[in-house]
Design a protein around this ligand. Structure first.
Ligand SMILES: Nc1ncnc2c1ncn2[C@@H]1O[C@H](COP(=O)(O)OP(=O)(O)OP(=O)(O)O)[C@@H](O)[C@H]1O
Ligand SMILES: O=C(CO)[C@H](O)[C@H](O)COP(=O)(O)O
Length: 398
């Protein structure tokens, strides 16, 4: 079940095969020779010497990671697909610029194993952090790896798939910021913090409507995960560079419907290559109701807030949007008052939102802030690659 062969880049110059057939793939990685054949990138030019930029996205299951990933890959101009001719149950998504790997693939215990040992998938003991670290580090260094696949259909760990170093690697799942070694490899990290009320509503909507689960089984599954969620998943948000917090609205007193959301984008200050977004005036504290002549709002309206704050003892800037848009094209009005949004042209946020108007959350702060973070990641990537290209030039000058 586990892969036991490790090929250091050094040994790859020898005549030995790049990888031997996997015997097991729980404990070790198969590494491949650094390759210049990165995913083809038509939109943004960059040096072939560049290192893979690594982004971490943490959230519980059913909290919008896939939706966020679709928005992110769209910012880079392409749709993402599973590896061609690979395992049909692969969790990996590849586009021109990005490869998204799901950290469920590092489950060390399969479904039966977890049941026998009485642990959930959220428990670190059900996951192989050594392998996760080794493989993410290898990819970051330009080395391809054979990553295991956790098969959500069968509940088994399948034979590995080859992951080549992309320009941007996104590691998404339950634990991207749990292990300090993996955390250190991240160039930027995001935590999707969905309040229990909202998570429950989304889970019911998806698992009942789309997957045919009963209400009782959904409640039981949420309850069974809660203790481990609190112990191992939730604490990761203190390490995130940006947190998207999704809460019930405050615009409707005692709202029980849960359709209108209050969404907060919490951005750490002092993160390299990342300047927090602001509304109107950087560092001020602002409350803004944009409804009126330029923005159509039906009940309960829209309210924005912006200001500095502290989060787990760290300085942050927070932008908040409570309510939802009636007309998405009018978002341009709000966009024009937002700064540091890393757009390449006026109206790019609105254009992205309109392009994916059918994605969940497109009429509220979840879609808006996910889109903005996607643009910020593009900007971060461009700054990192520009600095790695500039660095050798600087040293030549000196
Ligand atoms: N912003 C949103 N607004 C409303 N509903 C949402 C939003 N994001 C996600 N959802 C709901 O939650 C469900 C799960 O979303 P998604 O598949 O993106 O989550 P996920 O974290 O990738 O889930 P999993 O890890 O279980 O595959 C969607 O089907 C949708 O019903
Ligand atoms: O928390 C999860 C992340 O997606 C899953 O529940 C975990 O990966 C186990 O998967 P499954 O329920 O398919 O065995």
């Amino acid at each position: 079940m586990a892969v036991s062969t490790i090929h250091s880049p050094k040994s790859l110059n020898s005549t030995s095969p790049i990888s031997t057939p996997p015997k097991t793939h729980q404990n070790h990685a198969i590494f491949h020779k650094p390759t210049s054949k990165r995913n083809h990138a038509p939109k943004i030019s960059c040096s072939s010497d560049e290192k893979t930029v690594v982004i971490g996205l943490a959230a519980d299951s059913g909290c919008g990671k896939s939706t966020f990933m679709r928005r992110l890959t769209s910012v880079f101009g392409g749709g993402a697909e599973p590896p061609k001719r690979g395992n049909p149950d692969s969790n990996t998504l590849i586009s021109d610029m990005t490869t998204v790997i799901c950290l469920d693939d590092y489950h060390s215990l399969d479904r039966t194993g977890r049941k026998e040992k009485g642990v959930t998938a959220l428990d670190p003991r059900a996951n192989n952090f050594d392998l996760m670290y080794e493989q993410v580090k290898a990819i970051k260094e330009g080395i391809a790896v054979d990553k295991p696949i956790y098969n959500h259909v069968t509940g088994l760990i399948d034979p590995p798939e080859l992951i080549k170093p992309p320009k941007i690697l996104v590691i998404e799942g339950l634990h991207p910021m749990y292990d300090a070694r993996v955390r250190e490899l991240l160039d930027f990290s995001i935590y999707l913090d969905i309040s229990n009320e909202v998570k429950f509503a989304w889970k019911i909507q998806r698992d009942m409507a789309e997957r045919g689960h009963s209400l009782e089984s959904i409640i039981a599954s949420i309850e069974a995960r809660q203790t481990d969620f609190d112990a191992y998943i939730d604490p990761q948000k203190q390490h995130a560079d940006a947190v998207i917090e999704v809460l019930p609205t405050q615009l409707i007193p005692d709202d029980i419907e849960g359709k209108v959301l209050r969404v907060r984008l919490i951005m750490k200050e002092g993160v390299k290559y990342f300047n927090p977004v602001y509304l109107f005036d950087e560092g001020s504290t602002i409350s803004w109701i944009p409804c009126g002549r330029k923005l159509t709002c039906s009940y309960p309206g829209i309210k924005f807030a912006y200001g500095p704050d502290t989060y787990y003892g760290q300085e942050v800037s927070v932008i908040e949007m409570d309510g939802q848009f009636d007309r998405l094209d009018e978002l341009i009005y709000v966009e024009s008052y937002l700064s540091n949004i890393s757009t390449k042209f006026y109206g790019e946020v609105t254009q992205q939102m309109l392009k994916h108007a059918d994605f969940p959350g497109s009429n509220n702060g979840t879609g808006l802030f996910q889109t903005i973070i996607g643009l910020k990641i593009r900007d971060l990537y461009e700054q990192i690659t520009a600095s790695t290209v500039a660095a050798p030039l600087e040293s030549t000058k000196a």
